[in-house]
Write a protein that binds this ligand. Structure first.
Ligand code: FES
Length: 146
């Protein structure tokens, strides 16, 4: 049987530093999410059971298993950000976007993140991969591409 494109992609990643986790992360970056067929390919290439790969995928929140909306917002919930108003910021962002933390609709997702490395400039959030330091709702309105 001929090798599929996805099998070739995963095979090329098999012997690199980072192993299975890096391969799964790169599938998300390149294809937006990991589907069941991807899990099977990764299991075969890394000589793991499908249950092991499923366990990894389900453990890491960033390993998305469904297509993601065009706007992805993450608000830091870790201690330094909490100490300067992350919970209040989160509540305002939820109201502004119309989705609760950890939820998504067709256009936007709102997820927690636990430290973006911007603790000295907290509270912090990320909009479509772009970090926002000393975030407030005005920043979100400016950052949102919708
Ligand atoms: S605790 Fe929020 S960026 Fe570090």
């Amino acid at each position: 049987m001929a090798e599929t494109d996805r099998e070739a992609e995963v095979r090329a990643r098999r012997d690199r530093v980072g192993g299975v986790l890096r391969a799964l992360r790169e599938i998300v970056v390149e294809h937006g999410h990991i589907d069941r067929a991807d899990e099977h390919v990764v299991a075969d290439e890394f000589n793991l059971s499908r249950a092991e790969v499923r366990g990894i995928v389900s453990f890491y929140h960033d390993l998305k298993t469904r297509p993601q909306p065009g706007v992805q917002v993450r608000v830091c919930q870790a201690e330094a950000c909490q100490s300067v108003g992350a919970r209040e910021l989160t509540a305002r962002v939820e109201t502004h976007l119309g989705v609760k933390l950890g939820e998504a609709d067709e256009t936007v997702s709102l997820d927690p993140v636990y430290c973006l490395g911007l603790c000295a400039q907290a509270p912090s959030m990320m909009v479509n991969g772009r970090p926002v330091a000393r975030a407030d709702l005005c920043d979100l309105a400016e950052e949102l591409p919708v």
